[in-house]
Design a protein around this ligand. Structure first.
Ligand code: URA
Length: 204
């Protein structure tokens, strides 16, 4: 990552100050950093903070977060067992998708977080993080549940694609598939309750 003075990584993975994206600096109340253990086996990557996340300073704490928490509980996991972050750390205005430039501006923070965690599995929540990390177009409804190998910041990673939890709110029929994908994530990373802690990724 560049060491421009305006961008500061505080407390290793927390961005304390950043002014790279003028529109996001105007729309945000605060920078929303990732949460969860820095040695988590499972890393969930969303798109960017919404209104509730911007208000509370934590990723996935609004309605989408409720769905994610429920799916994690169903899979035998607590939210505190996993790390949750976003492609961009500041709320885009009117909840629009982050622009290519905004995604690129924030990429160094995400790469640093992935490198530091070195997770067993990265789970992309929705089309935006899937396309951003795989660097290709993704038909997320069709590809959700698939595990792919990807090179992220030069390192080979296993990535499980998922629809965004908000999709289950717009379209109830996506709920079962989303819950299955989260359960699969826990199983693949070897972090289900009562598991032996052994990752099963080698089998896939
Ligand atoms: N949607 C996201 O992609 N990220 C959040 O943190 C909340 C909603």
């Amino acid at each position: 990552m560049s060491d421009e003075g305006e961008r500061v990584l505080d407390d290793e993975l927390c961005v304390a100050a950043c002014e790279r994206c003028p529109a996001l600096v105007d729309s945000r109340s605060r920078i929303v950093n990732g949460v969860g253990p820095v040695d988590a086996d499972l890393l969930f990557v969303g798109e960017g903070p919404g209104a509730t996340e911007d208000e509370r300073g934590e990723p996935f704490v609004g309605r989408s977060g409720d769905v994610l928490d429920e799916a994690l509980r169903d899979a035998g996991l607590a939210r505190s067992d996993v790390r949750i972050t976003n492609c961009v750390r500041c709320r885009p205005p009117e909840n629009r998708d982050p622009s290519a430039e905004e995604l690129a501006n924030c990429r160094g923070y995400l790469d640093a977080e992935i490198d530091r965690l070195d997770p067993e599995l990265v789970v992309t929540l929705g089309k935006v993080p899937s396309e951003h990390l795989l660097d290709r177009s993704v038909g997320i409804t069709g590809e959700s549940g698939e595990v792919v190998d990807a090179r992220i910041a030069g390192t080979p990673r296993r990535v499980l694609l998922s629809v965004h939890p908000a999709a289950t709110l717009y379209d109830r029929s996506q709920r079962e598939g989303f819950f299955e994908t989260i359960a699969r994530a826990a199983e693949l990373a070897g972090v289900t309750e009562g598991s032996d802690g052994q990752s099963r990724l080698g089998e896939f």
